[in-house]
Structure formats: structure tokens, C-alpha cells
Design a protein around this ligand. Structure first.
Ligand code: ZN
Ligand code: ZN
Ligand code: ZN
Length: 374
């Protein structure tokens, strides 16, 4: 569980940047401009220790080697990044104009993809320095850039999922009734960290009526005997995400609760079985939705069926109506249908699924039957 994964090599990063440059060119972009965040981590392995107003910019273009512009004081950190050998680092000093320095790396009439999380401050600075350049958000221009995982990435996602599964197995034996949702959420956080997560992104404990709100995290409500409880948690382990949901019940469930849970489980199973290369993402959503609609709960399945996962816990591809992108071996994403009955309870079941040549492979493998807790 705590085995350290094989580190990504300079060559891995060089290949990612070369592919990103090719894909940028293929959609008519002069290149990609990436500020600190998941795209930068994925492309070159660099994550500044602090996100500051000082410009750090990775420039990936088809016609030259990748360049990383950094504040001079952060240069030693940047040069220690695992992908640093695959790019050329330059710097700017306090008192200089960082956008003038960046302009020297760009084409005056260039059309660039820019990372989603780039600060407006930086993008506006670039536009002022080079008024004839134009920009598109990276997720709009190249939504599938990070979507297809290589075997080393799949290995990390598998280990992260196993850590989340171990967390679920252990949470089943804690006390639920009489404790607040936030208490159980704190247990989930502790267990995820014990299982080797470096970061916990969310710990949803949606008890009783709170389970009917898919965005509920955890609150002061005291869990009661008879509650359904949606448990949805995840974060990052060794740089890759986990995200799983199981719905448990305190004591014996009613017939309706059992039926709703069975329907969600059937929908999740059907959507999982529909995973194979070439199937459009929206089909996964449609398959889950059809099961829930047929059972009469269609109006209560109020969110998309899934999202991609990688160096972040939510990213393209999205399993949603309108997403025609076909599944490709190596894509990893959640399959998480749910039914939400306002004022009463909710049920959601979520696994991370890998698309392989032969169909789907679940990375989360804990029991999907409704567990009874105390
Ligand atoms: Zn109940
Ligand atoms: Zn989740
Ligand atoms: Zn999810």
C-alpha cells in the first residue's frame, strides 16, 4: 500500500511535452502556455512551493524546445524538477517586467492555449505585452490532453483507489449513530492519510435528508438510527487521485431504501458493463440513466454519471449527455449514478473505471451491496 511508485523520468516528461505540442499544432494553436497547477505538474513535474503573483510560465510549442520562465529566486527549485532536463529554463528578476520576458518566448501574432487556472493578472499582462496574440482555455482547446493514462499513471490510480477502498473497509466499523457527520468526515480524512494520501480533497458524509444533496459535504447533523448515509471521499496519493462512493445504512433499511439502493447498483453495473473502446462518453451516462428512468426515478438522478481522474480528482472526459468523445483504452473516469429524494435520503455508488482494450476494469473493488453500520 505504501510502496513508492517508480518515478516518472525526464523522458516521460519530454514525451508528454512533445505530444502536447503536436496536439496544439493539430488544433491550430501556436503553442501552450501553462502556469503552476495540474497541467504544469503533468507536463514537466514542476510545482512551485508557493503560488504567488510572480509569473511562472511553461511555453510548449511545436517549433522549439519547451521553455520554462521562472522568477530568478525560484530557479533552483525549478531546475530540481524531474522534467527540468527536458526543457530550457530562463528567469526574470524582481524589478524587471516578467511579461516582456515572456513576450520574448512568444510569437507576436500567436494563438495560444492557456492553462485554465492561469491568473487573470498573468493573462492580461501577456495580452498587454503582445496585443495581437489570442488565447483559448486549455480545457476547451485540448480537453483530452491528459485523459489517456499510460501504464505508470494507471498503476498510481490503482494504488490510490486501493487506499480509498481500505479507508471504506475501515470506516464500516466506526460508530455512526449519535455522532455528527463532521466526526465521521474527520475519521475518513484520518484514514485516507493513514493509507498514504498526501492530500484529502473531499469527505462527503450525507446522512438522511442531507444525502439528497449531491454537493453536501458534512455538517453538524447528528446521525440517527435508520439513516441512509452517502460516503464519498478521495484525494491524491503519489500525485494521482482517488474518488469512491458507497451508501451505507444505520441498522435495518426499509423496503423502499433497499429498492432505491438496488436500482442505483443496477444502473452502476450496467454503465460499467457498457465501457469499451469506441463507445461515446455520453452513452455511459445514457445507460445508467435508462435503468433509473425505467424504475421511475429519472427526475431524481440530477447530475452527470462521471468525470475523468488523474493528477486531479475531477477532469475531462465527462460522462454526460452531449459528450461525443469515444472512450479510448487508458481513460480513467468515475461511474457514479445516484438517486436523490429531497427531504428524505440519497443513494450514490461510485467506482473509478479504467477503459481497457477488452472493456472496463474497476479500480475500486469494495462490495457494492448496502453495508449496515451501527
Ligand atoms: Zn432508513
Ligand atoms: Zn466521488
Ligand atoms: Zn466522483
Amino acid at each position: 500500500m505504501t510502496d513508492t511508485p517508480v518515478p516518472f523520468t525526464e523522458r516521460d516528461y519530454a514525451e508528454r511535452m512533445a505530444r502536447a505540442a503536436r496536439e496544439a499544432a493539430a488544433v491550430g494553436l501556436s503553442g501552450l502556455l501553462v502556469t503552476p497547477g495540474p497541467d504544469m505538474v503533468w507536463l514537466c513535474g514542476y510545482q512551485p512551493t508557493a503560488f504567488t503573483e510572480r509569473l511562472t510560465l511553461l511555453v510548449v510549442t511545436p517549433d522549439s524546445e519547451p521553455r520554462l520562465l521562472v522568477p530568478a529566486l525560484e530557479r533552483p527549485d525549478a531546475e530540481a524538477a524531474p522534467g527540468a532536463g527536458a526543457l530550457r529554463t530562463t528567469d526574470w528578476r524582481d524589478g524587471q517586467d516578467p511579461y516582456a520576458a515572456a513576450a520574448g518566448l512568444l510569437r507576436p501574432h500567436g494563438r495560444y492555449g492557456v492553462s485554465d487556472s492561469a491568473w487573470a493578472l498573468h493573462l492580461l499582462g501577456l495580452q498587454e505585452a503582445l496585443p495581437l496574440t489570442s488565447y483559448r482555455a486549455l480545457t476547451t482547446a485540448l480537453p483530452m490532453l491528459r485523459a489517456v493514462k499510460d501504464e505508470h499513471e494507471v498503476a498510481r490510480l490503482t494504488v490510490a483507489a486501493a487506499a480509498a477502498d481500505a479507508t471504506y473497509e475501515q470506516i464500516l466499523s466506526v460508530r455512526f449513530a449519535g455522532r455528527r457527520e463532521t466526526d465521521v468526515a474527520a475519521d475518513l480524512t484520518r484514514l485516507l492519510l493513514e493509507q498514504g494520501h498526501s492530500q484529502v480533497d473531499f469527505t462527503v458524509v450525507g446522512s438522511g435528508p442531507n444525502g439528497a444533496n449531491p454537493h453536501h459535504e458534512a455538517g453538524e447533523r447528528v446521525i440517527e438510527d435508520g439513516d441512509m448515509i452517502v460516503l464519498d471521499f478521495g484525494g491524491l496519493k503519489d500525485g494521482y487521485g482517488s474518488d469512491t462512493t458507497r451508501t451505507v445504512h444505520v441498522g435495518e433499511p426499509t423496503r423502499e431504501e433497499t429498492r432505491v439502493h438496488d436500482i442505483v447498483r443496477e444502473a452502476q453495473q450496467a454503465a460499467y458493463e457498457a465501457v469499451r473502446p469506441g463507445v461515446a462518453c455520453q452513452v455511459i451516462d445514457r445507460v445508467a440513466r435508462a435503468v433509473i428512468e425505467k424504475a421511475g426515478y429519472g427526475d431524481h438522478f440530477i447530475h452527470r454519471t462521471g468525470h475523468g481522474i488523474g493528477v486531479t480528482t475531477h477532469e475531462p472526459p465527462y460522462m454526460v449527455e452531449g459528450e461525443e468523445q469515444p472512450l479510448v483504452p487508458g481513460m480513467c473516469f468515475s461511474v457514479e449514478p445516484g438517486i436523490y429524494l429531497p427531504g428524505r435520503f440519497g443513494v450514490r455508488i461510485e467506482d473509478i473505471v479504467l477503459c481497457t482494450q477488452d472493456g472496463g476494469r474497476r479500480l475500486n473493488t469494495t462490495d457494492r451491496e448496502m453495508a449496515l453500520v451501527s
